[in-house]
Design a binder for this molecule. Structure first.
Ligand SMILES: [Zn+2]
Length: 242
């Protein structure tokens, strides 16, 4: 599940417990959710994450800050822990794909400007960069293909492509054009070029992370992304490791 985190006066990030667990959200049954503890993770968000449990359904789950999907090593969107948009300067993002440099999409942004990740990594290479350890070329190619699917650029039904275009804030025609270019020459570079064009045109609103979550649900990357009230809280039930 994803819910905004806010820094307290002691600098520790805290979040609220949700009113329902994933199962309760799915079937509408009553939940009794209780805060269990905060824990650190080796990868992913750098803040300690809240673990909660639902007594009624007998499950424990972790609350992730906006931008992350469960178990993801990096962010999907340039948003802060509280869900607000960020850029390198710490101010609101402009409509530039540069804002996505510090997200998982860096694999595609690098490729679009001709930067191929190394075939292998030495221990010294690991952990370099802004928080996200860049991987090897195989990983870069795999991630690019995954983003291509997330944006409806790979073979998918017209209906799905329409829904994706709407979420991406571009016309279905434009998305079809990008997809056709990739189909004509399905390389990591052609995919990356399409992804970069889409990122550049993504509406830069506080709803950015939600748009990406909705796309992930649409294409089966994770379970349904639930809106939690009051906004801007988002819940996600399950995730994919990119
Ligand atoms: Zn429950």
């Amino acid at each position: 599940m994803v819910i905004p985190y806010v820094a307290g006066s002691d600098g520790e990030y805290k979040t609220e417990k949700p009113g329902s667990c994933p199962q309760g959200l799915e079937d509408g049954t009553t939940c009794t959710v209780a805060v269990k503890y905060y824990r650190s993770r080796k990868t992913g968000p750098e803040i300690r994450l809240l673990v909660v449990g639902c007594e009624n359904h007998g499950i424990y789950f972790t609350i992730y800050p906006p931008g992350y999907s469960p178990y993801s090593r990096g962010k999907w969107a340039p948003v802060a822990e509280d869900g607000s948009l960020i850029s390198d300067e710490g101010v609101k993002v402009a409509q530039e794909s540069d804002a996505f440099e510090a997200t998982l999409f860096s694999a595609a942004i690098d490729a679009a400007r001709g930067e191929k990740w190394p075939e292998s990594l030495s221990p010294l290479d690991r952990g370099e960069g802004a928080g996200i350890p860049k991987g090897v070329f195989q990983t870069q190619k795999r991630q690019i293909k995954l983003f291509s699917r997330l944006f409806g650029l790979e073979s998918c039904s017209e209906k799905l492509q329409h829904a994706a275009a709407e979420e991406l804030g571009i016309s279905a025609l434009e998305l079809r054009d990008y997809a056709a270019t990739i189909r004509a020459g399905p390389t990591y570079r052609s995919r990356a070029a399409g992804i970069k064009k889409i990122l550049q045109n993504l509406p830069s609103t506080p709803q950015l992370a939600k748009r990406i979550y909705k796309l992930g649900s649409l294409f089966g990357f994770w379970g349904s992304a639930h809106m939690w009230t009051p906004p801007p809280q988002v819940l996600m039930t399950s995730g994919l490791v990119p």
